[in-house]
Design a protein around this ligand. Structure first.
Ligand code: 0O2
Length: 212
């Protein structure tokens, strides 16, 4: 398929990612400007590159004409939270929104992947307006803690480096690092309310200074 055609196909996905990034960032600002703790710490978005779309389609034996229907993560949003408890809150926010329809969910926090990967995935439908009218775009939202994100970013780079076949001795280290991340998240949860209080009073101070 020609590059130009791919660009046209991916254009509404780009729009969906841009709009959703703005909306989730706005949620962070809304919480903070009201002196409330934000369950979302950070938001990133991306549209899969053409080469990684084709790689994944080949791996999953998906025909080119079925890619849009069968690949749920062409458009992706990553929401990073401070604490595991915040993830539930974000899931609830997404369920309650009228501009996002939940298509499916995967809880890799309760059901950790064999690799040690943890994250909560939700595929939503999100409507965008294009020159050709409205389009319902599937978007995969990955929600995870800062610690889970640290692990998965490192593991993702290693998968890339070793082309998917990470050597056994490194796999063993990744498994124990994943266990350590679980412990770290649990420890942090036990001081969550103290940290939230400290951050709220810091935010209120910052708002007062910016009002002067
Ligand atoms: P990239 O480069 O991040 O886009 P399935 O439902 O299993 O048929 P799929 O799409 O593999 O299909 O679903 P899954 O398992 O929910 O994974 C989707 C995405 O989650 C992956 O996209 C990764 O971003 C992330 N992910 C899943 N498993 C792992 C893992 O073991 N380690 C890391 N680091 N990330 C993982 P891509 O397209 O694989 O990669």
């Amino acid at each position: 398929m020609e590059i130009q055609l791919w660009k046209e196909i991916l254009d509404p996905y780009e729009l969906a990612v841009k709009e959703l990034t703005v909306k989730f960032n706005h949620l962070i600002r809304e919480h903070r400007s009201r002196g409330l703790y934000s369950p979302i710490e950070q938001v990133n978005g991306r549209v899969k590159t053409i080469s990684s779309i084709l790689d994944k389609a080949q791996k999953k034996k998906i025909r080119i004409e079925d890619i849009e229907e069968k690949l749920g993560d062409i458009a992706g949003i990553r929401i990073i939270c401070q604490f595991v408890e915040d993830i539930e809150k974000v899931v609830e926010i997404i369920h309650n929104r009228t501009d996002m329809t939940v298509k499916s969910e995967k809880d890799y926090i309760k059901n950790t992947k064999k690799s040690g990967y943890r994250s909560y995935h939700i595929i939503i439908y999100y409507e965008v307006q294009t020159l050709k009218g409205s389009r319902r775009i599937p978007v995969e939202i990955q929600i995870r803690t800062l610690a889970m994100n640290f692990w998965s970013t490192i593991e993702h780079s290693l998968q890339y480096k070793y082309k998917g076949s990470i050597p056994e001795h490194i796999r063993t280290k990744l498994t124990s690092a994943s266990d350590a991340i679980l412990l770290l998240d649990n420890e942090m949860s036990s001081v969550r309310s103290e940290i939230m209080d400290a951050q709220n009073s810091f935010q209120i101070q910052a708002n007062l200074v910016s009002d002067i």
